[in-house]
Design a protein around this ligand. Structure first.
Ligand code: GDP
Length: 204
């Protein structure tokens, strides 16, 4: 049983100078623009508008940090979420795209408190080339990676399990590292938290 006690916005940053002082384990959320990342963070925290769900892809051009206090089976946890800019949005200039890449890789490569990365792919669309590049980059580094296959509600029930197995195979992950998710139908919320809290461990 997961219970979110508090979730609040901390700060927006574009480079390490703007990051909050490290004080608790951090969980980064990455995914292509419009994949459903904001909706996922809102669903995980049980806050409808913690992160703005945008109709305009590519609008989040910075890192946003959120502090979350929660309880699992009576044990308290304090974590920080880092919402990284969505990648792979086609309608931006090359230099802007390079800027995002630097922003994402600087955070993921240097943050000491980074404990886990939730890599989000669209269950219906499957991994894009950008998703594969992101996962390949992460595989060469230390953080634990959890793959969330979101918008799973868009697949008929009979196609869900085969799709998850297919995703795991394509991305060379164990099936255990792939969690089906839907923000609209509230699927996978406890499963994602369980996997993340197993990694970060109790601390409050
Ligand atoms: P972001 O750009 O990655 O933060 O994506 P958003 O959270 O803003 O979502 C992009 C679009 O996908 C919005 O129209 C959402 O309503 C929709 N969406 C997000 N999550 C889900 C989901 O789990 N299921 C379905 N069917 N649609 C979703």
């Amino acid at each position: 049983m997961i219970k979110v006690l508090d979730a609040r916005f901390v700060v927006t940053a574009v480079d390490p100078k703007g990051y909050p002082a490290e004080s608790r384990p951090e969980i980064a959320f990455v995914g292509r623009s419009n994949v459903g990342k904001s909706s996922m963070i809102n669903a995980l925290t049980g806050r409808r508008k913690l992160v703005r769900v945008s109709g305009t892809p590519g609008r989040t051009r910075a890192l946003n940090f959120f502090d979350v206090e929660l309880e699992r089976n009576g044990v308290r946890h304090a974590v920080r979420m880092a919402d990284l800019p969505g990648y792979g949005f086609a309608k931006v200039s090359k230099s802007e795209r390079a800027g995002w890449k630097t922003m994402i890789e600087t955070y993921l490569g240097k943050r000491r408190e980074l404990s886990a990365v939730v890599s989000i792919v669209d269950a219906e669309v499957g991994p894009t080339r950008d998703d594969e590049a992101m996962l390949g980059w992460l595989a060469q580094r230390s953080p634990k990676v959890l793959l969330a296959a979101t918008k799973i509600d868009r697949l008929p029930k009979a196609r869900r399990k085969p799709r998850l197995q297919q995703l795991a195979r394509a991305l060379e992950l164990t099936s255990a590292a792939v969690v089906p998710f839907s923000a609209t139908e509230h699927i996978g919320i406890d499963e994602v938290w369980d996997a993340l809290l197993d990694v970060v461990g109790p601390r409050s």
